[in-house]
Design a protein around this ligand. Structure first.
Ligand SMILES: [Zn+2]
Ligand SMILES: [Zn+2]
Length: 293
């Protein structure tokens, strides 16, 4: 466990540096004109980060680093079973395979209605910027941490590989959600390896067909490999609408509303009436959000 002690500080430092750099870059080269702006959204988004971090830290059995430590000392996992691998190979393999697991998990959170209700909180941000990259419901964060613990245990991923992956996942999520205009050529080159803001923005389209594309978080390869890649939004990056139908109100931006949002379902637009969310325990709740447009 001693080896894991620098992890929280490393992750916090990397998070703050990436956040500051990307927020500055967004101000210098924004991709889209914000519909809502930072102030009303950031309170809810940062509120979720605080709740999420406190919860995960309060539940040490959800620490992937601790499980990696156990796997290392007890020889658990596939990477240990295939023989002693050079450290860099084990670290690189862990990063790639954990990223694949996150891709598959993301597909699952879109496919199953109950999980979609949790993940929908991430998708209801009305603008995309660096803070959307950490806007996740606490229950999704807990489930995700549990899945990661299982995958790390099965792989027998080394501690250094898990820490590197967690930092890359966090930095990649901040980057891919940034409201950042990259030169076209840079975007094209980067997409060959990592998910760029333009690539991930397609995934935040209000159009359900586009939303079920570009599930990758850090590495861009999985969408091409599994046939879920979609290069550009049909309406273009300036005109495309972001979010989820039924969750367009400013009153839906606060932390309290975000926390109860999985209990809400939206009603479809009727004769030009603005759609809105309603409280429900019905089994079909949230299905409207999954409908393809
Ligand atoms: Zn998603
Ligand atoms: Zn996203």
């Amino acid at each position: 466990m001693e080896l894991s002690s620098p992890e929280p500080l490393l992750r916090l430092g990397a998070f703050l540096i990436c956040l500051a750099l990307l927020a500055a870059a967004e101000a210098a080269a924004p991709r889209r004109r914000p519909a809502i702006g930072r102030r009303p959204r950031w309170a809810g988004n940062f509120g979720l980060v605080v709740v999420d971090t406190a919860l995960v830290r309060a539940l040490p059995f959800l620490s992937a680093v601790a499980v990696a430590g156990l796997a290392e000392t007890r020889g658990w996992g596939l990477l240990q079973a295939v023989g002693p691998l050079p450290a860099w190979v084990a670290i690189a393999a862990s990063i790639v395979l954990l990223d694949l697991a996150i891709y598959l998990q993301h597909v699952l959170f879109h496919a199953l209605p109950a999980l979609w209700r949790l993940h929908r909180v991430h998708h209801t941000d009305l603008d995309l910027d660096v803070t959307t990259g950490v806007r996740f419901h606490p229950v999704e964060i807990l489930l995700s941490a549990g899945i990661r613990v299982g995958v790390v245990g099965i792989l027998g991923a080394p501690i250094a590989g898990v820490i590197a992956f967690e930092i890359l996942l966090n930095a990649g999520s901040l980057f891919s959600h940034a409201n950042l205009r990259l030169p076209e050529r840079a975007d094209r080159l980067l997409r060959m390896v990592i998910v760029t803001p333009d690539m991930h923005r397609v995934h935040h389209s209000i159009d359900g067909a586009e939303r079920d594309r570009n599930f990758g978080f850090t590495l861009s390869w999985w969408d091409g490999l599994f046939g879920t890649y979609h290069a550009q939004p049909r309406q273009g990056h300036d005109d495309m609408e972001l979010g989820v139908a039924g969750f367009a109100g400013r009153d839906a931006l606060g932390l309290g509303h975000l926390l109860i949002q999985p209990l809400l379902r939206e009603r479809a637009t009727v004769c030009g009436t603005a759609p809105h969310a309603t409280l429900t325990g019905g089994r079909h709740g949230g299905d409207g959000a999954r409908s393809r447009t």
